[in-house]
Design a binder for this molecule. Sequence first.
Ligand code: E4P
Length: 217
Amino acid sequence: MKIFIDSGSLKDYEALVPLGIIDGATTNPSLMAKEGGDPRAIVKKICGLVQGPVSAEVVSTTAADMIAEGRELSKIDPHVVVKVPFTRDGLKALKTLSGEGIPVNVTLIFSATQALFAAKVGASYVSPFVGRLDDIASDGMRLVQEISEIFNHYQFGTQILVASVRSPMHIVEAARMGAHVCTCPASVIEACFNHPLTDIGLAKFLKDWEKAQGAKV
Ligand code: E4P
């Protein structure tokens, strides 16, 4: 399963990309608004750092404007994936952009029918928002399971990108379900490095080693 960073912060990419586990990135207007500066310049820098697919989201709402904006976003860097919301206009924009060979990530997916429609129209990725479903006492990962089951019957070529991830358990469940991608905030990836038994084990190894060295002199 590919791991993407869900962030507009260059610091997150600089810290995590060298670990070798990062395959791509997702951004959204809220994340970019937090950063300030020129969003296109930030997307370009993220592309340079991750050297993999980087989703950049349109803020237009009509199909014609989304298409124009999507074409501009795709010119920023060959790694850019244009992100459009699941709306009627979003689907029309998806049809045109994907027809032009521009990869599209359909975002704000909250039902299996939305994922099915986006896949039929040629989405490269669908983004089910699992955390936001969990937030309203609906089972986010159950949606991923449903989409996966549906996609397994057909040859869409659409990847399931698990989004709105809140904890390492979402990563585990996404991988167990065979999701193609899990996009995570940096804090969730960092949390995967915290295990008390690893820390205790390493401290003991080093202490034993030092003791043995001391005994030799
Ligand atoms: C995905 O592409 C979105 O940017 C993101 O996962 C949204 O997550 P949130 O629900 O934490 O805002």
